[in-house]
Design a protein around this ligand. Structure first.
Ligand SMILES: *[C@@H]1O[C@H](CO)[C@@H](O)[C@H](O)[C@H]1NC(C)=O
Ligand SMILES: *[C@@H]1O[C@H](CO)[C@@H](O)[C@H](O)[C@H]1NC(C)=O
Length: 357
């Protein structure tokens, strides 16, 4: 994406002030060959150039409080951290920084990239966009009128075991400490929405109920569409869950279709965690300061979508892809909305009765 030259120069001027603009013309990333670039950032050169430009435009309003560091270098530090979860010696050496210098830079850049979500993470709003997303999902699994796959995405964090109460709040159903965000993706693994960053023990239903997307969907702002949700969600008129005990072939076929599209989320999160290894372990967290974690998660979602636009594959799988988090269900029985039950029943009757039945 090319920005008008005068604008670009104005931004440079504002950012760098005193005649440093000349050195900026050559990118710090030029020092690395393509192989090293992918190894350090898990992205390609055109993709990195695009990201740096996008950050430069946004950065106007955010002052880097380390003026010694060029914007290129700041982006480099952040991208390198996302890719590896720590800063590579190669990058630190080249920029003359220590590991300790980086956290503030990463924090600032993450806030800027997270702020780009309005541009790069978009839930389908227009009628055509909705129709297209739903048609793609139907092609994959046969379920009509679905706008996305909804899931809680858990990210490991460290919490102090000495603060017992807080520690316990971070422990999720798989028994490790995590924060959890709500993610919706399409059938191609693009992130359509990311919200919230809660302690790992939070019920995904509660996150949905209090999320913007959840409220918009349940209040019919998006029309009569579904999102696909796992067992941790309650069936509603807009969250389509699998049948808990399938009674016949139709329901079994529906559950298979549901599992097939739900699996897209597992692959998507797996690919995000491979590309952005910082998501494998987000470091120490305190209950009262989850904003920084939220920005890193959001920033990685933005970059994931950009990387997909540039068709940059994630690094190859090492080991097996983590399973999706099993749903966290309330143990007390919930009364399912009869209208929702009826709607799912009709959907199954319309689309999943075996042809020979
Ligand atoms: C990095 O940290 C050291 C020690 O805190 C400090 O003296 C130095 O100025 C920092 N470098 C930059 C570029 O911020
Ligand atoms: C399958 O079982 C459900 C639940 O008992 C029932 O409502 C539905 O009509 C059945 N479908 C077929 C095709 O028999």
């Amino acid at each position: 994406m090319a920005f008008a030259l005068p604008l670009w120069l104005a931004v440079q001027e504002e950012l760098l002030g005193h005649g440093e603009a000349d050195s900026e013309a050559q990118s710090s990333f030029d020092d690395f060959d393509d192989g090293a670039l992918f190894q350090l950032f898990h992205l390609t050169r055109p993709c990195i150039a695009f990201i740096t430009d996008a950050v430069r435009i946004r950065m106007k309003s955010v002052a880097l409080n380390k003026p010694a560091l060029s914007l290129d270098a700041a982006v480099m530090v952040a991208l390198n951290f996302y890719a590896h979860g720590v800063s590579s010696a190669d990058v630190l050496q080249r920029l003359g920084l220590s590991q300790a210098n980086c956290s503030e830079v990463i924090c600032t850049v993450s806030a800027v990239i997270a702020g780009m979500a309005d541009q790069f993470i978009s839930f389908p709003l227009l009628r055509d966009a909705k129709t297209n997303v739903a048609a793609s999902i139907q092609r994959v699994c046969g379920i009509p009128d679905v706008l996305g796959v909804l899931a809680p995405a858990h990210f490991k964090i460290r919490a102090s075991p000495y603060e017992k109460e807080a520690f316990r709040s971070f422990v999720n159903t798989l028994g490790y400490t995590s924060v959890v965000s709500q993610i919706i993706c399409d059938s191609d693994g693009n992130i359509l929405s990311v919200e919230k960053c809660c302690v790992g023990s939070t019920f995904e239903q509660e996150i949905w109920d209090s999320s913007f997307k959840g409220r918009e969907m349940e209040e019919e702002l998006h029309g009569s569409y579904w999102v696909i949700g796992g067992k941790g969600y309650q069936l509603s008129k807009h969250v389509l869950t699998p049948v808990s005990v399938p009674a016949n072939d139709s329901e079994t076929r529906f559950n298979e279709a549901h599992a097939k599209i739900h699996n897209v989320m597992r692959i998507t999160l797996g690919s995000m965690k491979r590309r952005f290894r910082c998501l494998m372990q987000l470091g120490f967290a305190q209950e009262c300061s989850l904003d920084k974690k939220a920005n890193i998660i959001k920033a990685c979602c933005v970059l994931h979508n950009i990387a997909k636009k540039f068709s940059v594959p994630p690094p190859p799988v090492a080991g097996k892809i983590e399973p999706l988090h099993p749903g966290k269900q309330h143990s007390r029985p919930v009364t399912v909305n009869p209208e929702a039950l009826q709607a799912r029943k009709e959907l199954i009757l319309c689309y999943f009765v075996p042809e020979d039945a």
